[in-house]
Design a protein around this ligand. Structure first.
Ligand SMILES: Cc1cc2nc3c(=O)[nH]c(=O)nc-3n(C[C@H](O)[C@H](O)[C@H](O)COP(=O)(O)O)c2cc1C
Length: 140
């Protein structure tokens, strides 16, 4: 059965502290484990960018649920399609700002110097999440 990858971004509803982020990760990991999904979440204090991977129906149902979550807004679908390999190696992982991710952030800033993931094209979203996946650590 082929895997699908969906990438979206959103903006957080503040305040979101470390405990709030951990609560999201714990619940996401539990659900994703059950549904055979893998996921990688980038968080910079303002934005989320997440890759979700697995069966088409599971990915879509999970995305619908995530879209209704009041902890974020301006949810923007960036990319969806079949893939041969997975970026995310865990049911849910949090992307650290490694050197590679910092470089990608620099390359993807808009002319005003801001990181605006909602303007990413599908290829930029894939590249960004690929780099995020490399240094991501498993969620609690
Ligand atoms: C940024 C963000 C990422 C999330 N990622 C996932 C995820 O990967 N999988 C998942 O099942 N839920 C994820 N959630 C949580 C869902 O929105 C939802 O709260 C959870 O699935 C429980 O839904 P339920 O209370 O209707 O059972 C995420 C929420 C946020 C805010």
């Amino acid at each position: 059965m082929s895997s699908f990858r969906l990438i979206y971004c959103s903006q957080i509803v503040p305040p979101l502290d470390r405990a709030g982020l951990d609560a999201i990760l714990v619940s996401a990991r539990r659900h994703n484990d059950r549904n055979g999904l893998t996921g990688c979440l980038y968080f910079d204090g303002y934005h989320f960018v997440q890759a979700l991977e697995g069966g088409s129906q599971d990915v879509n149902e999970t995305y619908q649920r995530i879209s209704r979550d009041g902890r974020h807004h301006t949810i923007t679908l960036l990319s969806f399609g079949a893939v041969n390999t997975r970026i995310a190696l865990h049911a849910m992982a949090l992307a650290e700002r490694t050197g590679a991710v910092e470089l990608a952030l620099d390359a993807l800033r808009n002319p005003e110097g801001h990181f605006v993931p909602e303007r990413f094209g599908p290829a930029q979203a894939q590249m960004f999440m690929q780099l995020c996946g490399t240094g991501a650590t498993p969620a609690p």
